[in-house]
Design a protein around this ligand. Sequence first.
Ligand code: SF4
Ligand code: SF4
Length: 284
Amino acid sequence: MLEIRFHGRGGQGAVVASELLAQAVFFDGKVAQSFPFFGVERRGAPVTAFTRIDDHPIELRSFIEHPDVVVVLDPGLLRDTPVTGGLKPGGLLLVNSPQAPGAFSLPQGGTLATVDATRIAVGRKVGTATMPVVNTAMLGALARVTGAFTEASLERAIVAFVPSHPEENRAAARDGAESVRMEPVAPSSRPSPPSEEAAPLPFPEGPVASLPSNILHTSSWRTLRPVIDRDRCTRCNFCWEFCPDDAFDFDAEGFPVVKLLYCKGCGICATECPPDAIQMVTEA
Ligand code: SF4
Ligand code: SF4
């Protein structure tokens, strides 16, 4: 059995990636199981999804604690989430990154692979420039580096189950397969992040649901930040009212100011602002 764990953020398509992978596996005549795990938070929150692949019926129903493969859709998660926790020695870590595999480490040894899925998604217009949906590019790369499912079946699954822009998504999958870079890495004495050893189940969502953002700084989730256009702002305070993380202060003139330490980039303030005075921009 091959066990794959996806780590992404809400809006990046981690859950759809695990489902599309399962469909591609079915088209290959194998058996697959896929399911997500996420907390109560919205866009920008960490999301975990799982896929099992086998030639025989799969009886297991548990979360995947010791995956053969970890797929990271947002490289920012590597900073503060133990995404490689439990990864089997000799396993594969595939990261969405423009950097070469050598920029990352895998102390237990195995294979590192990188693909610039964000650039591919933006170029193929999958999602938007500020919220590219990187899942199909990542799946194309995953097909190429694991050989666990065929690229033809992946494209078939995309056409059958992706309702929006299937041709662009197929192209993104092909780009991902063609541009993925892979390097075997020997076990090293380089220390792994402490949290990697400390957390056998690498799911940050539990504490997220139980702690307010002034204690658990969810700003580390942010891929987008709100920028306020003071010329349009009417000082109505709606943004402050709707922000789930109390991430607004006001300056001496009554204009809202975002407290970036607490802002997780969910975009609710931009959605609720009556005069569209808030734009969500990509984090530098
Ligand atoms: S400031 Fe806006 S983007 Fe940030 S957490 Fe609050 S509502 Fe979400
Ligand atoms: S909701 Fe928009 S207009 Fe109202 S205070 Fe916030 S930024 Fe200004």
